[in-house]
Design a protein. Structure first.
Ligand code: DX5
Ligand code: ZN
Length: 217
């Protein structure tokens, strides 16, 4: 399976959101990654439902919604209604993660679990068979444009082993600091999907950068 590319809208120009979503529509990207931050789980606030709905209005690719919010349960239906096709919650933000995952699946959309850099891959063993996506944070969540954490490679390998052992169908998505220097190695270690914010949107030709990240290794 070739790997997926999910440009992160967090690095887009919010005064030109339609233009940037259309650029992704016309590009070789697979998903549009959408970061929702609550200022509690992470030290930043991004945007909520009105902006998500505005993105959805123009998007022709699935919205990969990454919730960096505490106790997301009461908002799951609202995120689906706003356009989420994949809904990822944080391991560290859910007291009853299994219940939360089942609730996302009951909405008829894909369910993901994100883990912070300090969270061990082993903690996924009892949930991985139930989920569609493992989102491995390769920076501490909260901001775009941060430096990639090298321990991520070892973590991808550990998750690969767990996926094999549990016969899970989950895919591994990497989020944070993905760039032209590390994307090949991430895929070699077993990543199936790469989020890229700064690398895409600070490039002089974002669409071409997406094509380069998408190249088979
Ligand atoms: C960080 C977000 C990321 C962010 C990645 O908390 O989850 O999705 O947009 O941005 P880059 O690719 O610039 O590190
Ligand atoms: Zn993200």
């Amino acid at each position: 399976m070739s790997h997926l590319i999910a440009p992160s809208i967090l690095s887009a120009d919010f005064a030109n959101i339609q233009r940037d979503v259309e650029m992704i529509n016309e590009s070789n990207a697979d998903w549009i990654h959408v970061d929702v931050m609550d200022g509690v789980f992470v030290p930043n606030i991004s945007f909520g439902f009105p902006v998500l709905k505005a993105i959805k209005k123009h998007a022709k690719k699935p919205l990969d919604v990454h919730l960096m919010i505490m106790d997301p349960d009461k908002y799951l239906q609202a995120f689906k209604d706003a356009g989420a096709d994949i809904l990822t919650v944080h391991y560290e933000a859910c007291t009853h993660l299994h219940r939360t995952i089942q609730a996302i699946k009951a909405l008829g959309i894909k369910a993901g679990v994100a883990i912070n850099p300090h969270t061990s891959a082993n903690l996924l063993i009892d949930i991985i068979a139930d989920i569609d996506v493992v989102l491995v944070m390769s920076v501490n969540p909260g901001f775009g444009g941060q430096k990639f954490i090298e321990n991520t490679y070892h973590k991808i390998a550990a998750i690969r082993d767990i996926i094999r052992a549990t016969k899970s169908k989950a895919i591994i998505e990497i989020d944070g600091g993905v760039d032209m220097n590390n994307y090949k190695k991430l895929i070699e270690y077993g990543a199936n999907a790469l989020v890229a914010g700064n690398t895409v949107f600070s490039s002089s030709n974002p669409s071409q950068t997406i094509t380069e990240l998408k190249k088979e290794i």
